[in-house]
Structures are given as structure tokens and as C-alpha cells.
Design a protein. Structure first.
Length: 130
């Protein structure tokens, strides 16, 4: 069969690889699974959330020019047990929600935080009906 089988990773290109990887590891709790240089010279760091198969590829490619993320262009969404507990956690890093928490029609709650370089992160707490 010629259809794709599953999503393996999503790539975000950044200006500061170390700052971004540190945010994903320390603030979100992702694991860095590997790091290497691509044949064309990109520096690549792959991260994964506990309980997920899909990886996030953070890429530094200076010859591609500076990265400028437009507002509301893209975001990553992560499941959390409690938005209140996560809010307390991010406060330790001097962070707060940029939007929300908001309750959806399904009873789930969601909020956003700003990641380095203008990317957004959505946090979702599933409702009892979700």
C-alpha cells in the first residue's frame, strides 16, 4: 500500500537551539532522544513527550536566515492532567498563560503559553466527557 503509515516528527526551525531545547526539556518535561548534524549542516535535536511516539525536531540552520514566526501560525498541543498544577509549574520559570484557561463545548479546558521565538504551546486538560 502506498499510503503513509504514521506521523514521525514535526520540525520547528529556531535561531537559538540551546534556549529552545532547554525550554522543551525543563518547562514541558520532554526528553531529548538524540542530536546530530544533517548532511547540509543543520543542527538537529529530537525531543519526545512521555507517552508519545511522535518526536519534535528542533533545527538550527543559520544559512537559512533568521526565523520570524508570524502570530497564530502554528502551535504544538500537549495533554496535561491539570491546568492549575501546570500553571504553578510554569510560574517557577517566570512564565504564565498567554491565553486561557478556556473551557470548550466538550468540557475540555485549554490554555496557551509562549515558547521561545514566537511559537505557541497549547495545554489541554481533558474534560470528563472527552
Amino acid at each position: 500500500m502506498s499510503k503513509v503509515k504514521k506521523l514521525l516528527h514535526t520540525r520547528y526551525r529556531v535561531n537559538d537551539l540551546e534556549k529552545t531545547v532547554k525550554f522543551y526539556r525543563e518547562v514541558l518535561g520532554l526528553d531529548e532522544v538524540r542530536r546530530h548534524k544533517s548532511p547540509r549542516g543543520s543542527e538537529l535535536a529530537f525531543l519526545k513527550a512521555p507517552g508519545s511516539e511522535e518526536e519534535i525536531e528542533i533545527t538550527y540552520f543559520p544559512s537559512g536566515g533568521p526565523v520570524q514566526v508570524q502570530p497564530d501560525l502554528t502551535h504544538l498541543a500537549f495533554l496535561v492532567d491539570s491546568l492549575e498544577e501546570f500553571e504553578k509549574h510554569i510560574a517557577k520559570f517566570g512564565l504564565k498563560y498567554s491565553d486561557g484557561p478556556t473551557t470548550s463545548s466538550s468540557g475540555s479546558r485549554f490554555a496557551f503559553i509562549d515558547a521561545p521565538e514566537g511559537y505557541e504551546i497549547e495545554l489541554i486538560q481533558r474534560g470528563s466527557n472527552s
